[in-house]
Design a binder for this molecule. Structure first.
Ligand code: ADP
Ligand code: MG
Length: 600
């Protein structure tokens, strides 16, 4: 083929590939434009996960009637004049690419009225070509509707994920901007029902409550840096919320960082947050964090990637340090005072400090737990394996009876006793075994559950008096997305309003658990499942169910209970690891013992 300059249309489509990956990227770009236009109220209507319609309405400045066409030309922007301006970007947009790109791969209608004009303008584009232009009466501000996204890019269309997945991405985008702009009122309507709203009060805390729910917010600490200005590093302010060490998750998706009002992805800064919890969080557990980092614009380069969610700092170490110090301060300040909430003592697991700090309040904690009736739950989401579980009764180790006849995979073990209400000490022909009671029980439950599921394709369910469960919008999308799988696994959930579900049944083995707690735990695992190369959704849910149903570390077991547990472990297919791959037991052979004692 002879060399040719590509037609404008084709160039725009190629560029669109970088900017417009999926419906939520369209929404991201349009919302950024609304924010840059100074809107105080932004409404987002979405139909069919964005495939049928996305409409963003704002009350910002609007576009002058003589410039509307221009706004749709490539590299047309009002936010940048010179290359020098690139070094101090104050706006979310600056590339002048979004409108051209979106219009080139959709049918787009814009209605806009500039604040100093009396009438508005309506333009309609089809695949980037102007199809209609009119003057219209309309309030100040801009409404952009996008339909038939990717109608002319079959490759993209084919790779779009399910409607629920797209909906979930859209919720994430909107909640992020709502957090970054608490003084702007956001309303997200999906298929006619409101799934998210922020009130525009200007208070970050109000939005955090809307996004994560009040119960999560109650577990969060305020972060506010009080770094004294220094000449050797840029002024950096860090403000936001981060969870107490005891309120943690299995994935880092809820560590949300914003730089000058822009949500960013930055592994190093995420690590700064995690490091601030050093020794206070178990490995593999992460906090919930929302941090607003403010730094002079010339200190940060936002022009790294077309999607603008990566940035580069001139002095990355300074930012790392500022974030880590601010979070650490908040966490340490809180760790020094035992926390009482509504009579319940929350103790962070794995923290030597809190163990000491808790010493003088232990009696209070014991009392609280003693007051719990058997089987009732400590409310809120306690992390697994905390001392808070001590008071729970044992209900899942069938004592004496019902040992399944399966081939033996471990030698016969004789139970000797329990250490620290966590480990079972046992003796076998080949030496001494130390068994992690929680991990071992998880393994047993997991295999029993899997067997039942594989044989019957479904799981016995225990019906409940219908209870309604309201979830934060992102969590609700996760549940919605996996309703059938959850159904097969014994969770009967029925959508009831945009973010609410009626819980009619849960797997029988969880019958005495708090359904809210169980479902919330499952969402957490499903979200962590976004990482590639992980187990299937079914597997994850089953693992979580087994985790919840297993005896906890910190639970005192009777000799019979320990025996029952060991008898079942001896016949598990993979008795040496828990479903998550951690060891269930440590083994010290006779030879090792002899060597250690200098007998060999
Ligand atoms: P950029 O945001 O990078 O400048 P866009 O293609 O997103 O590029 O937008 C082009 C221009 O259109 C903007 O610079 C702005 O002047 C104008 N514009 C876009 N959306 C709006 C809006 N909602 N309100 C007012 N002006 C807008
Ligand atoms: Mg823009």
């Amino acid at each position: 083929m002879a060399i040719q300059i590509l037609p404008e249309q084709v160039v725009a489509q190629i560029a669109a590939g970088e900017v417009v990956e999926r419906p939520s990227s369209v929404i991201k770009e349009l919302v950024e434009n609304s924010l840059d236009a100074g809107a105080a109220d932004i409404r987002i209507d979405v139909m069919g996960g964005g495939r049928r319609l996305m409409r963003i309405s704002d009350n910002g400045s609007g576009i002058h009637s003589q410039e509307v066409e221009l706004a749709f030309a490539r590299h047309a922007t009002s936010k940048l004049r010179t290359a020098d301006d690139l070094t101090r970007i104050h706006t979310l947009g600056f590339r002048g690419e979004a409108l051209a790109s979106i219009a080139s791969v959709s049918h787009l209608t814009i209605t806009t009225r500039y604040e100093l004009e009396d009438a508005g303008t309506m333009l309609r584009f089809e695949g980037g070509n102007l199809a209609e232009r009119r003057h219209v009466g309309t309030p100040i501000g801009t409404v952009i509707s996008v339909e038939h996204l990717f109608h002319n890019v079959p490759a993209r269309l084919k790779f779009l994920k399910s409607e629920v997945t797209e909906k979930r991405h859209i919720v994430s985008v909107i909640t992020r901007y709502a957090l970054a702009y608490p003084h702007v009122r956001f309303t997200l309507i999906q298929d006619g029902s409101e799934v998210f709203r922020s009130n525009g009060s200007g208070q970050l805390s109000d939005v955090v409550v809307r996004v994560f729910g009040l119960s999560s917010f109650k577990e969060m600490l305020e972060v506010a840096s009080d770094d004294t200005p220094r000449t050797d590093r840029p002024p950096i302010s860090v403000f936001g919320y981060t969870s107490t060490p005891s309120f943690n998750r299995s994935d880092r998706a809820r560590i949300m960082l914003f730089v000058n009002g822009r949500w960013i992805q930055d592994t190093s800064l995420t690590y700064a947050v995690i490091q601030a919890y050093h020794t206070l969080l178990a490995t593999g557990r992460y906090p919930l964090t929302v941090l607003m980092i403010h730094i002079p614009p010339e200190e940060v380069d936002v022009n790294v990637h077309p999607a603008k969610s990566e940035v580069r700092f001139r002095d990355a170490n300074a930012v790392f340090g500022a974030v880590q110090r601010a979070v650490r301060q908040a966490v340490i300040a809180a760790a020094q005072t035992p926390i009482f909430r509504g009579g319940h003592y929350t103790m962070s697991a794995n923290t030597p400090q809190s163990g000491w700090a808790a010493a003088d309040s232990l009696t209070q904690m014991d009392m609280d737990l003693a007051l719990e009736t058997p089987g009732s739950q400590v409310h809120g989401r306690l992390p697994d394996d905390t001392a808070g579980d001590v008071g729970e009764h044992l209900s899942h180790i069938p004592v004496g009876a019902g040992v399944p006849v399966r081939p033996r995979t471990l030698p016969m073990l004789r139970v000797l006793g329990q250490i620290g209400a966590m480990y079972i000490v046992a003796e076998g022909p080949a030496g001494m075994y130390l068994i992690d009671q929680h991990a071992a029980h998880e393994r047993i439950m997991y295999e029993q559950f899997m067997d039942a599921y594989e044989q019957q394709g479904t799981i016995t369910q225990r019906a409940l008096n219908a209870q309604t469960l309201e979830l934060p919008p992102t969590d609700a999308r996760f549940i919605e997305e996996h309703l059938d799988v959850l159904g097969n696994l014994g969770f009967e959930l029925e959508p009831f309003g945009p973010n609410t579900f009626v819980v009619r049944g849960i797997p029988a083995m969880l019958a005495d658990r708090d359904p809210l707690d169980v479902v919330a735990g499952i969402v957490e695992d499903l979200e962590a499942g976004n990482l590639p190369g992980q187990a299937s959704i079914e597997d994850k849910i089953i693992m979580r169910v087994c985790k919840r149903a297993s005896v906890k570390a910190g639970q005192i077991l009777s000799h019979d209970e320990m025996n029952a547990l060991i008898r079942q472990l001896e016949r598990c297919r993979s008795p040496h690891t828990c479903p998550h791959g951690r060891p269930t037991m440590l083994h010290m052979t006779r030879d090792q013992l002899a060597r250690e004692f200098g007998r060999a």
